[in-house]
Design a binder for this molecule. Structure first.
Ligand code: SF4
Length: 193
């Protein structure tokens, strides 16, 4: 049934980080003990006035003129078969931007956070039929703000990855292991090795 095959931006992010992790989590059903996978649930929790104001203040501090802002915005995207809740969408000088707020204290931009935000970017483009100008990731504890243009190259990479995620879910095939440094601290390494 089509309904079963909607995926989330967090699943795409997991696939980019490691297709094998994705396989164990979403095809075998072995979930890591409570991790950031609860992001989507937390987003629901975040839909309150205080957090809306927090985002307004953040954009003001950055001296960003905001024409309109949406917060905790749910999107179901039929084109890519994606579902998720976008943290913050705002228009500035008629340009559409997607802001993802992470509670961590990272001082560098993690690529998988950028890719996750890019998935939201695709969903937002479909929803509003407007090109997304910038993707922004803000790490709260470190007060670090990273922004990237949503380039065609990034858009195409994300589109191809989404296709691969759907193919993996539909075929049930085990992805090829790509061992690396990240494997040392990976919860799933006992299954991989
Ligand atoms: S041990 Fe490495 S290859 Fe295996 S799931 Fe973890 S990160 Fe992926």
């Amino acid at each position: 049934m089509e309904e079963e095959w909607y995926i989330t931006p967090i699943q795409v992010r997991d696939f980019i980080f490691c297709p094998t992790i994705f396989y164990y989590k979403y095809l075998v059903g072995i979930m890591e003990p409570k991790t950031e996978a609860m992001d989507e649930g937390l987003r629901e929790f975040s839909k309150d006035l205080e957090r809306w104001q927090e985002r307004k203040t953040l954009l003001n501090q950055r001296r960003i003129h905001v024409d309109k802002m949406l917060f905790g915005y749910p999107i179901t995207c039929r084109r890519y078969r994606l579902r998720g809740i976008v943290d913050t969408i705002y228009w500035s000088n008629n340009r559409l931007n997607v802001l993802e707020i992470k509670s961590s204290g990272s001082t560098k931009l993690y690529p998988d956070h950028l890719y996750q935000t890019a998935v939201y970017g695709l969903m937002v483009e479909e929803e509003f039929k407007q090109t997304v100008y910038k993707l922004i990731i803000f790490y709260k504890k470190s007060n670090k703000w990273f922004e990237k243009r949503f380039t065609n190259q990034l858009r195409e990479y994300i589109e191809k990855t989404i296709e691969k995620v759907h193919r993996t879910l539909e075929s049930g095939e085990v992805p090829e292991h790509r061992w690396g440094k990240k494997c040392v601290s990976c919860f799933y390494n006992k299954f991989c090795y």
